[in-house]
Design a protein around this ligand. Structure first.
Ligand SMILES: Cc1ncc(COP(=O)(O)O)c(C=O)c1O
Length: 411
């Protein structure tokens, strides 16, 4: 992180909700042009949805079904309709969503599950929960997503260690789906299931396939700073497989069977609160339009910055929900750029400064082949810029001009 006031997902929780946001700034007014802007502006969306969210919360307070109330089912139907998955099950958070799927797939000791190292900890953490071994895979420098050559190397690495490769957890980093046309044939050839960690990409699509319908199951997160976020923790799993959906429905409530007091498997308490579901129902209504706005911001950033930094590239046929807008700069320029932008009131964040295979808890797990050079290099080069649907053009221009000005400065 380059700014301690930002949490791990980079939204400033101390952004005052009454902060004036639409004042025109005069180009010659230096104080206005240095006024701090939020990294993710949840307050503007809150203003836009104000009454609708208030009424949704009020309805829950009135009926009082705080756990598994009617809004939970209603949201699941809307989510399933939105992405086209046969089953959508809400749950407590994105980490538990991954855990529910891995539990249903019965991963355990001796199993190797291949996943990127350049991701948030939950991707590998949930594999380790069950005694299985995460085997880390490298990424491609342009898309930040899984490199299939490294995936093949990781399968060989796992086998050389007497582990049984059972599945792949792909990650759609920063909002763009992984390159599934390349990953799926490898899974098929090695009889591996594919779990899509779509915590950052819900709402995106890959060659006409909506995120939520790819792989044996998909996990997503509704953490507040995610493109579709609630006002606390929340997540969901998606699958077209009836059997898997039934098992996850049971696992989500302590492994309960048809008789509520006969638990038929060991599960967890993984339900989403009714209040969060009620909030998400309202947010989902405006989500498609918000995705378009995000796309416009990214397109303008790309146009303004492509000549001075490495801008994010979409693979052909993919759309992104731009959970982050992440550029790459030479490693020796990054800290100076972050500092300079901060002085100009522009927050930045680093996702991720240390790849998982270099972190204390994950250091002992295997990495593909001879290592993960791209993940290690990008950890020193990436920097994410403010991104949200309500970022006005003049604010985008301010960011673009500031990045250019800082990079023009001698080191
Ligand atoms: C790639 C990835 N996977 C999993 C998660 C976990 O989601 P949650 O914070 O809702 O548990 C996150 C959240 O940041 C994520 O970015």
């Amino acid at each position: 992180m380059t700014d301690n006031s930002l949490d791990r997902d980079g939204f400033s929780s101390d952004v005052p909700t009454d902060m004036p946001r639409h004042e025109p700034s005069r180009p010659d007014d230096d104080s206005a042009s240095r006024k701090p802007m939020p990294f993710i502006d949840l307050a503007q969306q809150r203003c836009r949805l104000g009454d609708r969210i208030d009424r949704a919360i009020q309805r829950v307070l009135e009926h009082g079904h705080y756990i598994m109330g009617p809004e939970v089912r209603q949201l699941e139907e809307s989510l399933s309709e939105f992405c086209g998955a046969k089953h959508a099950l809400t749950c407590s958070n994105g980490t538990d969503a991954l855990g529910l799927i891995l539990m249903a797939l019965e991963v355990g000791p001796g199993d190797a599950v291949l996943c990127p190292s350049f991701t948030f900890a939950a991707t590998a953490e949930t594999i380790a929960w069950f005694g299985a071994t995460p085997v880390f895979v490298d990424i491609l420098p342009d898309s930040f997503n899984m490199d299939v050559a490294s995936l093949e190397a990781a399968i060989r690495t796992a086998k050389a260690r007497d582990l049984k490769p059972v599945g792949v957890v792909s990650v759609d980093l920063f909002g763009q789906p992984a390159d599934f046309d390349r990953i799926e044939p490898v899974c098929k050839a090695h009889r591996l299931w594919l779990l899509s960690d779509a915590a950052q990409s819900f709402g995106a699509a890959y060659k006409g396939r909506k995120v939520g319908t790819i792989g044996v199951a998909t996990a997503t997160s509704f953490y507040p700073a995610k493109p579709l976020g609630c006002y606390g923790d929340g997540g969901a799993v998606f699958t077209d497989d009836d059997g898997l959906a039934n098992i996850m429905t049971s696992l989500r409530v302590h492994g309960q069977g048809t008789d509520k007091y006969d638990n038929v498997r060991v599960g967890l308490n993984g339900r989403m609160d009714t209040l969060q579901a009620a909030i998400l129902i309202e947010k989902l209504r405006i989500f498609p339009e918000e995705i378009e706005r995000r796309d416009r911001v990214a397109a303008r950033y790309n146009a303004g910055l492509k000549d001075v930094v490495r801008v994010p590239e979409l693979i052909e046929g993919a759309t992104s929900v731009w959970a982050q807008y992440t550029i790459a700069v030479p490693a020796d320029r990054r800290d100076g750029l972050a500092r300079g932008l901060k002085e100009r009131g522009i927050p930045t964040a680093i996702y991720y400064p240390v790849p998982l295979h270099r972190q204390t808890a994950y250091r002992s797990y295997p990495v593909a082949g001879n290592g993960l050079p791209v993940s290690e290099r990008l950890a020193d080069e990436v920097i994410s810029l403010p991104m949200h649907p309500y970022l006005e053009e003049r604010e985008q221009d301010r960011v673009i001009e500031a990045v250019k000005a800082e990079l023009r400065r001698a080191t």
